[in-house]
Design a protein around this ligand. Structure first.
Ligand SMILES: Cc1cc2nc3c(=O)[nH]c(=O)nc-3n(C[C@H](O)[C@H](O)[C@H](O)COP(=O)(O)OP(=O)(O)OC[C@H]3O[C@@H](n4cnc5c(N)ncnc54)[C@H](O)[C@@H]3O)c2cc1C
Length: 420
């Protein structure tokens, strides 16, 4: 395992100022060094492309444990991409494989419905996903960006982008400027590049907020995840690798009605722990203890009307945001850049224009329909499960149990969620 190193290499922590060295033109300029933008930069740099990656924030402070409580369930396809990008090797902590997933339905304080769906190790030839902490991923990305050849990191930096048919031009607030064949907008849900390009956005609010935290528990999780559907929103427990202090650890994503979630998140540890236990639907983890701080994230889905503009593509949350019900948000972003990287590396090898309209059209056709399908599926799941209507309860329980009884259907679900 490697550790992150700062203030050297590709200028990560120190930022670049007016006195900084001039910036040579690049093939691809990525705006936004979140997990999607940074991973793409590493992958393209390793393939020999010249890349600039810009973030308005300095990247090193993003490693602070208090910044982000999320833990990502990384599917098989995205994991392979992280390996190809050289990022996986830099993870400072082991990823925890998810080998079983139990899907149940119920009400707080009641045992889960007797009809349930279970995906087990027999349904798949490899784990369903790997859990990594957002902070761990950040440490690995920063270390990788620092060392990959051909990548220039400009952070913190404020960029103004001008796009024309013949190429794009990037001007930094410190006065330096450079050209690029393609701009990749990886600047998250509130993407400025998306709105500057006049790309419309449709937003679907859920009136739900996710409480995200880590818990220690009495019994081992055995690499098993739980998705428990409750009337106010889904409750997920995802296995994490243990530590010397807490051998049995899990991540919690508890979605509840907006106002209630804020109140639950503010409860004292012992009361909060009892509320968590009431939402597990089973006692398989025993007593739970919250570890570290809690975060709240308001939930909404959103999608961009198109993924391309002249000399520009949208990737990750800039293009789409979905309900975390299936833990697929970042995986969708990774699927975008898996397609985009393949197209760009092919164009690079064949000496073709990396921002041509034909390449952009191929990118959108490869990603947008599948992403819209995932958005619709997670939206429908949330609407179907987040209510207490008795007829819907019976219908969904029968549906859950039906899928459970048909191994081929179970395996199809699994293949889709794993991105293979
Ligand atoms: C509660 C919750 C739980 C989740 N759990 C999971 C999960 O288990 N699995 C999963 O796959 N996904 C999960 N997600 C979704 C996941 O967090 C996002 O999909 C992911 O962070 C998107 O990455 P990104 O790189 O596209 O955008 P971001 O992470 O938002 O990064 C955007 C970057 O752009 C920078 N930026 C913004 N504006 C500018 C600008 N104008 N100029 C320069 N830089 C700029 C920002 O500083 C930031 O670094 C979850 C989300 C939530 C809310």
């Amino acid at each position: 395992m490697h550790q992150s190193a700062h203030k050297k290499g590709n200028t990560l922590a120190g930022g670049e100022h007016a006195a900084g060295t001039p910036i040579a033109d690049v093939d691809v300029c990525i705006v936004g060094a979140g997990p999607v933008g940074a991973t793409l930069a590493c992958r393209l740099g390793r393939a020999g492309l010249k890349v600039a990656v810009i973030d308005r924030l300095a990247l090193a402070p993003m490693e602070h444990p208090d910044l982000d409580g999320r833990a990502y369930a990384i599917a098989a396809g995205p994991k392979e991409f992280l390996e190809a990008a050289g990022v996986w090797d830099y993870l400072p902590e082991p990823a925890c494989p998810i080998e079983d997933i139990l899907v149940t339905d119920g009400r707080p304080g009641e045992p889960a419905s007797s009809l349930f769906l279970e995906f087990t190790r027999e349904d798949a030839t490899q784990p369903f996903g790997w859990m990594i902490g957002a902070r761990s991923l950040r440490v690995a990305l920063n270390a990788c960006l620092e060392n990959v050849p051909g990548v220039r990191v400009l952070a913190p930096a404020d960029a103004t982008v001008t796009r024309k048919a013949e190429g794009a031009h990037i001007r930094l607030a410190d006065g330096r400027s450079f050209g690029a064949r393609l701009i990749v907008a990886a600047d998250g849900r509130k993407s400025r590049l998306r709105s500057d390009a006049g790309i419309g956005l449709t937003r679907l609010p859920y009136g739900q907020t996710a409480i995200v935290c880590t818990i220690a528990h009495e019994f081992p999780h055995d690499n098993s995840a739980l998705e428990h559907f409750l009337p106010a929103g889904p409750f997920a427990q995802l296995p994490l690798a243990g530590t010397a202090e807490h051998p049995y650890l899990s991540a919690i994503v508890w979605s509840d009605k907006d106002g209630l979630a804020q109140r639950f998140a503010a409860l004292p540890d012992d009361v909060f722990a009892r509320q968590l236990e009431k939402r597990m639907g089973t006692n398989r983890l025993g007593h739970v203890t919250p570890v570290g701080r809690r975060w709240t994230y308001p939930l909404s889905a959103q999608y961009a009307q198109r993924y391309t503009a002249e000399r520009m593509v949208l990737v990750g949350d800039a293009a789409h945001g979905i309900h975390p019900i299936a833990g697929q948000g970042l995986n969708l972003g990774y699927r975008d850049i898996i397609h985009l990287a393949a197209l760009l590396i092919e164009a690079h090898e064949q000496g073709q224009d990396m921002g041509s309209p034909a390449l952009l059209a191929r990118y959108q056709a490869a990603c947008r329909p599948a992403n819209m399908l995932m958005l619709a599926a997670t939206d429908a799941l949330d609407r179907l499960f987040s209510n207490d209507n008795p007829v819907l309860r019976l219908a969904r329980d029968i549906g859950i149990a039906g899928v459970h009884r048909i191994p081929a259907l179970r395996r199809a679900f699994v293949r889709h969620a794993m991105g293979v």
